[in-house]
Design a protein around this ligand. Structure first.
Ligand SMILES: NC(=O)c1ccc[n+]([C@@H]2O[C@H](COP(=O)([O-])OP(=O)(O)OC[C@H]3O[C@@H](n4cnc5c(N)ncnc54)[C@H](O)[C@@H]3O)[C@@H](O)[C@H]2O)c1
Length: 289
């Protein structure tokens, strides 16, 4: 049965989920943003109010569009009530496989049969959650980038059991959000954009660790020769050395390949607590004001 997507539930009101819900509401979908924590929902509301008001001040959106989006957006802890009428659920909860499996199995029990269930996970491919449901053909990854209100690329990643019709519908949904879908033919942890970034980061670290060039000069080359807005080392400091370290450990957990493990210089900074901008020191120094 094909049902048009009208109502969307976004599960998890953190960094990603709150902005994904705003994107859906702005595009005209009746949207529920669900979290287990009321505090998190309150924080999400405050942050979205600030963000969207700033967009209006800077003429990026009209006040009418933003007000209409707020009319379409509900923030709630009542997941099952929201899920009972959802055509699409976008899971953006914490990056933990067992939590996600529980969520998918519970959603499967409360959502209508036609509801598509997708995960925004960056690394956990959807085959690892699809078998927790009775509808693996309606499950895939739908991967937004941070900040979701701004970033245009959205990756659509089927697992071997995803129905082609599900992929088509999710691709159309992404287009209806004003975003650009990137359609993968097969699942692979990290998908396309983050793997490209990972390859650049790995090479940058290898060049640095082999003593070929200083990290500052590698950053200069990426910016001035390749036109990247930031060098790979500056970007690691922005993302967080702790996050970079954890991404590699998660990849190792999936591949079992020692080449996936964090580079020695990353491990060293991680163990020293030098996480980048957030701690005042990573590859570069950031005086804390
Ligand atoms: N942060 C990023 O840059 C980024 C980018 C792309 C994808 N992702 C992926 O998006 C997902 C969310 O990441 P995030 O950075 O927004 O995380 P976050 O920690 O900011 O938010 C997660 C939210 O999920 C809520 N939550 C936990 N268990 C829940 C449950 N059972 N039901 C409902 N809500 C629950 C938490 O209360 C929290 O508010 C992860 O899978 C992550 O891999 C993150």
């Amino acid at each position: 049965m094909t049902t048009e997507i009208r109502t969307v539930v976004v599960l998890g009101a953190g960094t990603m989920g709150s902005q994904i819900a705003a994107v859906c509401a702005l595009a005209g979908y009746g949207t529920s943003l669900v979290d287990i924590s009321q505090d998190q929902l309150d924080r999400a509301r405050t942050q979205l109010e600030q963000r969207l008001s700033r967009d209006v001040e800077k003429d990026r959106r009209t006040r009418e569009d933003v007000d209409a989006a707020w009319d379409r957006l509900t923030l709630t802890t009542d997941r099952d009530a929201a899920a009972a009428t959802a055509d699409l659920v976008i899971e953006a909860a914490v990056e933990d496989l067992s939590v996600k499996r529980t969520i998918f199995s519970e959603l499967d029990a409360v959502c209508p049969g036609h509801t598509l269930l997708v995960t925004n996970s960056s690394n956990i491919v959807s085959s690892r959650v699809a078998d927790a449901t009775s509808r693996p053909d309606r499950v895939c990854n739908l991967h937004f980038f941070n900040p979701a209100l701004v970033m245009v690329c959205v990756e659509v990643v089927p697992h071997p059991g995803t129905a082609p019709e599900t992929v088509d519908r999710i691709v159309s949904f992404v287009e209806s959000l004003g975003k650009t879908p990137v359609r993968l033919k097969q699942e692979i942890p990290g998908f396309v954009a983050n793997r490209l970034l990972g390859a650049l980061r790995r090479e940058a670290l290898e060049l640095y660790e082999a003593g070929i060039a200083d990290f500052q000069d590698i950053d200069v080359a990426a910016k001035t020769a390749l036109g990247h807005p930031m060098g790979p080392f500056e970007l690691m400091d922005l993302v967080g050395i702790d996050v970079v370290h954890l991404i590699r450990l998660a990849e190792y957990e999936q591949t079992g390949d020692p080449a996936s493990l964090p580079a020695a210089s990353i491990k060293e900074k991680y163990e020293a607590g030098d996480f980048g901008r957030k701690t005042g020191r990573g590859w570069y120094e950031y005086p804390q004001s």
